[in-house]
Write a protein that binds this ligand. Structure first.
Ligand code: GSH
Length: 210
């Protein structure tokens, strides 16, 4: 199998972290065509990375689907088997992908040279979503539990949730969210997460230098 991936991409990074942790035999490679090119869009219907190439003609898209597929192949599953804990993992992932990550996009787009935005208002929107996460953690204490797939998936997004506001002068957006801060400090101690985050950091810093 091959993973079409970029170190700049949090969605690719979460899959690379899992590959490293569970030691899957997957070759990590750059996309074969430029993102958004007609060739890429023609070949991969969802038009985004990561893509897991299963064979010359079969591809799996969407980072969470790829992670679940790889996890199901592994003898060291990182998905809780208890029904409620498993549902909590999916609940958390959906919070991250559908609430938290979208709130960051306008600020991130600004760094990429997008249209001018009200930075303070957008920063406040990120804080509103972080507050939801803080309250979710209060009800399920994820920050105290063994690492699962959603922690890995979140770590890659959280790097940008912290690093993007810092570019606008907010040096610690997690400071008012003690449970999220505790969760972030804990997952950064995981060696494969640390490697994935430092790959993203290097890619992000390289981009900013340009
Ligand atoms: N929901 C997708 C999101 C993937 C995604 O947004 N990938 C970005 C890179 S981080 C991408 O391929 N962007 C290219 C584009 O939007 O044209 C997943 O979880 O895999």
């Amino acid at each position: 199998m091959q993973l079409l991936s970029s170190n700049f991409s949090p969605y690719s990074t979460r899959v690379r972290i899992l590959i490293a942790k569970q030691q899957h035999q997957v070759e990590i490679t750059a996309p074969d065509f430029a993102l958004r090119s007609p060739e890429f869009l023609a070949k991969y219907p969802l038009g985004k990375i990561p893509v897991l190439k299963l064979s010359d003609s079969e591809y799996l898209s969407e980072s969470w689907a790829i992670m679940q597929y790889l996890d199901a192949l592994s003898e060291q599953s990182l998905s809780p088997s208890a029904p409620l804990a498993n549902a909590r993992m999916h609940e958390w992932l959906r919070y991250v992908d559908q609430h938290l990550a979208p709130s960051l996009l306008p600020l991130f787009g600004q760094l990429l040279g997008g249209p001018a935005i009200d930075v303070d208002a957008q920063m406040q929107k990120v804080r509103v979503e972080l507050d939801k996460g803080e309250r979710l953690l209060s009800s399920n204490n994820r920050e105290l539990k063994p690492l699962d797939l959603a922690d890995i998936a979140t770590a890659a997004v959280m790097y940008f949730v912290v690093a993007t506001p810092a570019q606008f002068g907010e040096m610690n957006i997690l400071k008012d969210f003690p449970k999220l801060s505790a969760w972030w400090q804990r997952v950064l101690q995981d060696p494969e997460i640390e490697t994935g985050v430092s790959e993203m950091r290097q890619a992000f810093e390289g981009f900013l230098k340009k």
